[in-house]
Design a protein around this ligand. Structure first.
Ligand code: 0L1
Ligand code: MG
Length: 266
């Protein structure tokens, strides 16, 4: 087996068995090419089990987080339908190792993004508030840049609030963001933390897509990045993100299997 296939098998097993593993980089050099090849192999395993691609996510879009990690560029990961939660749906805390949650801005592409496009925002149809649950498969959330890229940018689950047509949503460069747990403010921030303006996420994703073998097609959801630091997911409770003038989105966290009749739950 190739190195990326071996790494992918370890990460895939860690995710499915909800068991953390050691960093790949403790025993090997994990450069960006190997890391993205591993991520693609992890996703190929998920697709082979019947999952469908739904979108892409960016990570390290805030200067503070990038500096904290000692990196100077954003990273990209893949979303699938198995990670998607309906707005208000239940997330089973036991399906993740040490989950954290982030309030984000999501874009929906209405057209394919092609290399010749001058204004990439022309490809965006709608925008929405979103929640992302991240869950590093590495012990104690410790990783190198290569480790986290290989681990699909820690992607675990996401929920999207009501979509607004992008031309009606207005300028999202500096909107207040609030994350609440059971109605109590957990953290606050601004959409400006996302690349200075979340609208820059589409161009960033397009650049990374060309370099690392992703495609931005019509229907793709793009999680633009976190507007605040990630917060540990509570064992139970309602987690809600609000973006001023855009709307809100929530999930209900349960420490156990949700009622199987509950739509959009996992
Ligand atoms: O979505 C994110 O910003 C996470 C990127 C990966 C880094 C992390 O797990 O904190
Ligand atoms: Mg995120």
């Amino acid at each position: 087996m190739s190195t990326d296939a071996v790494f992918a098998a370890a990460l895939d097993t860690a995710q499915r068995t909800v068991t953390s593993i050691s960093q790949l980089s403790t025993s090997a050099t994990v450069g960006l090419d190997t890391a993205y090849a591993t991520q693609h192999a992890v996703i190929a395993r998920r697709l082979a089990r019947g999952e469908l691609r739904t979108g892409l996510k960016l990570g390290f879009t805030s200067r503070a987080k990038a500096q904290q990690m000692g990196v100077d560029d954003v990273i990209i990961g893949t979303l699938t339908d198995a990670m998607r939660l309906d707005d208000g749906a239940v997330f089973d805390r036991r399906s993740a190792i040490h989950p954290r949650v982030e309030p984000e801005v999501a874009y929906l592409l209405g057209a394919d993004v092609s290399e010749g496009m001058t204004n990439l925002m022309d490809a965006v149809a709608a925008v929405a508030p979103a929640l992302e649950i991240i869950d590093s498969r590495y012990r104690d959330f410790h990783f190198s840049l290569g480790d986290v890229v290989a681990d699909n940018a820690s992607a675990a689950a996401y929920a999207i609030g009501p979509w607004a047509p992008v031309d009606r949503a207005g300028d999202l460069a500096n909107r207040a963001v609030r994350l609440e747990v059971d109605g109590r403010i957990s953290t606050t921030g601004s959409t400006a933390a996302i690349l200075g303006d979340p609208a820059r996420a589409v161009a960033a994703a397009a650049r990374l897509a060309v370099r690392h073998g992703f495609t931005l097609r019509a229907g793709t959801v793009l999680l633009a990045g976190a507007a605040t630091a990630a917060v540990p997911l509570p064992d139970s409770g309602v987690v809600e993100a609000t973006i001023a003038g855009l709307g809100r989105v929530s999930i209900r966290v349960l420490d156990g299997a949700p009622d199987p009749d509950e739509k959009g739950s996992r």
